[in-house]
Design a protein around this ligand. Structure first.
Ligand SMILES: *[C@@H]1O[C@H](CO)[C@@H](O)[C@H](O)[C@H]1NC(C)=O
Ligand SMILES: *[C@@H]1O[C@H](CO)[C@@H](O)[C@H](O)[C@H]1NC(C)=O
Ligand SMILES: *[C@@H]1O[C@H](CO)[C@@H](O)[C@H](O)[C@H]1NC(C)=O
Ligand SMILES: *[C@@H]1O[C@H](CO)[C@@H](O)[C@H](O)[C@H]1NC(C)=O
Ligand SMILES: *[C@@H]1O[C@H](CO)[C@@H](O)[C@H](O)[C@H]1NC(C)=O
Length: 275
């Protein structure tokens, strides 16, 4: 046996010892995938080969029998199930796929909220939940996924404010929350990277009726301009002044008249002692 054959055999042996057994089941991935499967509805059969048996061993190295699953070193590393007409909700147990780097459930019919538990996915770089029917708030906990590069949540029914903390994600290069029901001010750190340089432009925030602030226009006063409000204020002030003035005049005139007419009341009041 020549020297380099020996070396090659040694390298092969080391690689064999280092590589995980091909069908090693990971209990966390199994929990993650079976909960995901349970909470999704699959009317068009895109997840036909998502079977219980496959969940216990979803990975063979980089390969997976499960539609949309990519593995790395025997762990689920990517979940890509866009455009499969999936209904149902995103289960908090998705966070048990602890090696997940990319989660794409876009262009389905998912409802319910985005579980804050997803913040346990510390390697997550891509989160694409766009074009679904997700509601509730954007969890501020997502800010602890420090590797997040892409957050695409456009085209849902998310409400509430955009959490300021998301502006602290330094790797964020794509951020799209357009066409939701978000409200409140746009976090300064998402709008301006450094003063004068737009970080994300208006197209990231468009289609949310009650979001305001740069790069969108400033807060709108509902329907009325400032001038109109000032005008109405002044006008109603003047009107109430005139009304109360004429009321006082009428009252004065009436009391004058009763004092002038010597009636029973006048006599009684004259009999009353002075205090
Ligand atoms: C599972 O479904 C996907 C897509 O339909 C297919 O590519 C894959 O080969 C299937 N796997 C098995 C084991 O049937
Ligand atoms: C799995 O996910 C659930 C929900 O987020 C969590 O409570 C549980 O601790 C996780 N299990 C493990 C082993 O991480
Ligand atoms: C998210 O998914 C949608 C639909 O599948 C796709 O059009 C979009 O480009 C994706 N977003 C990013 C940032 O890749
Ligand atoms: C962001 O930058 C723009 C353009 O320079 C500036 O006009 C705006 O005041 C800044 N917004 C905030 C909230 O600092
Ligand atoms: C906004 O930024 C995106 C890339 O981040 C770019 O494709 C798009 O053209 C920009 N839109 C406007 C109106 O500047």
């Amino acid at each position: 046996m020549s020297g380099h054959h020996l070396a090659a055999a040694a390298v092969a042996a080391v690689l064999f010892l280092l590589s995980p057994p091909p069908c090693a089941a990971d209990p966390d991935d199994e929990r993650c995938l079976s909960h995901l499967h349970q909470s999704l509805s699959d009317p068009s059969g895109g997840l036909r080969n998502w079977t219980k048996a496959a969940f216990s061993a979803p990975c063979e190295g980089f390969f997976s029998h499960l539609q949309g699953v990519t593995c790395n070193n025997g762990r689920v590393y990517k979940l890509a199930l866009p455009g499969l007409s999936l209904g149902g909700t995103i289960p908090p147990e998705l966070s048990n796929c602890t090696n997940l780097q990319s989660l794409d459930l876009s262009a389905n019919a998912l409802s319910g909220t985005i579980p804050p538990e997803l913040s346990a996915l510390l390697n997550l770089a891509v989160l694409n939940l766009s074009s679904n029917a997700l509601s509730g708030a954007i969890p501020r906990e997502l800010a602890s996924c420090a590797y997040l590069n892409v957050i695409d949540l456009h085209g849902n029914q998310l409400s509430g404010a955009i959490p300021d903390e998301l502006g602290l994600l330094v790797r964020l290069s794509t951020f799209d929350v357009s066409y939701n029901r978000l409200s409140g001010p746009i976090p300064v750190l998402l709008a301006n990277r450094t003063v004068g340089t737009a970080r994300f432009n208006a197209s990231s925030f468009a289609g949310n009726k009650d979001l305001y602030g740069y790069p969108l226009p400033p807060r709108r006063t509902r329907g009325l301009s400032v001038l109109a409000i000032v005008g109405i204020g002044l006008g109603s002030g003047l009107l109430s002044l005139v009304l109360s003035f004429s009321a006082v005049c009428l009252w004065l005139r009436a009391t004058d008249r009763t004092a002038a007419t010597p009636g029973k009341e006048g006599k009684i009041s004259q009999l009353m002692p002075d205090y």
